[in-house]
Design a protein around this ligand. Structure first.
Ligand SMILES: Nc1ncnc2c1ncn2[C@@H]1O[C@H](COP(=O)(O)OP(=O)(O)OP(=O)(O)O)[C@@H](O)[C@H]1O
Ligand SMILES: [Mg+2]
Length: 213
C-alpha cells in the first residue's frame, strides 16, 4: 500500500541546536498516530513542518506517491492548533471560512457546513458568539472547520489539552472518527486516554529522534 505521506529523513535546527533528526517516516491512511515527548521536544514543530507551515531539511517526501509541494497535497493536509483561533463572526462562518477561500459557494457550501456542524455536534452552539465558547467547544468547532475541507491528513496539536469532562470526551470521539473515516491522523499529546485508544500507534520524540513505543 502506498503511504499517505512518507519521507526518508527530516532535520530541523535552530541555530546550533538540532531539534529534530528523524529517519524514515510513513503515515498510512485510516491510521491514527500519537506523538508524545517532553515540553520542548519538538512535537508542535514536527506537525507544523508536516503541514508545510515551517521549513526543514527534508529528503524523499511524498504525498500519495507524488510531490508534497503541489496545491492538491497542500489542500489535503490540515493542522489544528492547540488553541484554535476563531473569528468573531459566528460558528457557521468559522466553519465556512476555508470553503470560501477555495471559492466554494452557494448551496454547496451551505450543505457542507451543515454536514460538518452535525458531524461535530455543534448545532446547539450556532448562536453563541465564538469568543464565548468553552475550550472543548472551540476545539470541536476547529475540528469541524478542518473536516469540512475533506483533508486526507489531520495534524492535531494537543486537541484535549486543558479540557476535561464532557468536552474532552466529545473531542476524543471526534478524533477517533477521523481515522475510522479513512484519514491519516497525527496527534501530538500527553493524554493517556488518547494514547491508549484501540488501534493507536504511539511514537515518542526524544533527543530529536522518533521512537516507536
Ligand atoms: N524560532 C525558534 N527559534 C529558536 N528556537 C525555537 C524556535 N521555535 C521553537 N523553538 C524551540 O524549539 C523547541 C521545540 O518546540 P515545540 O513547540 O515544537 O515543542 P513541543 O514538543 O510542542 O512542546 P510542548 O509540549 O511544550 O508543546 C522548544 O525548545 C522551542 O523553544
Ligand atoms: Mg507543542
Amino acid at each position: 500500500m502506498t503511504a499517505l505521506l512518507k519521507l526518508d529523513y527530516l532535520r530541523k535546527s535552530y541555530g546550533e541546536r538540532r531539534l529534530l533528526d528523524l529517519g524514515g517516516l510513513a503515515i498510512e491512511a485510516g491510521q491514527a498516530y500519537v506523538v508524545t515527548g517532553g515540553n520542548g521536544a519538538g512535537k508542535s514543530t514536527l506537525l507544523r513542518i508536516l503541514a508545510g507551515l515551517e521549513h526543514a531539511d527534508i529528503a524523499g517526501m511524498q504525498f500519495q506517491g507524488g510531490s508534497p509541494a503541489g496545491a492538491t497535497a497542500r489542500q489535503r493536509i490540515v493542522y489544528v492548533h492547540q488553541h484554535p483561533y476563531l473569528f468573531h463572526t459566528s460558528v457557521a462562518d468559522n466553519i465556512a471560512y476555508g470553503l470560501k477561500a477555495r471559492g466554494i459557494g452557494g448551496a454547496q457550501r451551505q450543505r457542507l457546513v451543515e454536514e460538518a456542524i452535525a458531524w461535530a455536534g455543534v448545532g446547539s452552539l450556532r448562536l453563541v458568539p465564538p469568543g464565548k465558547l468553552s475550550g472543548g467547544e472551540k476545539q470541536r468547532v476547529a475540528l469541524a472547520r478542518a473536516k469540512v475541507l475533506a483533508p486526507l491528513l489531520y495534524l492535531l496539536d494537543e486537541p484535549t489539552a486543558n479540557l476535561d469532562g464532557e468536552g474532552r470526551r466529545q473531542t476524543i470521539e471526534l478524533v477517533q472518527k477521523l481515522a475510522h473515516d479513512g484519514a491519516g491522523v497525527v496527534i501530538a499529546c500527553h493524554d493517556r486516554e488518547i494514547i491508549e485508544l484501540p488501534g493507536m500507534r504511539h511514537f515518542h520524540l526524544d533527543g530529536g529522534r522518533l521512537i516507536q513505543v
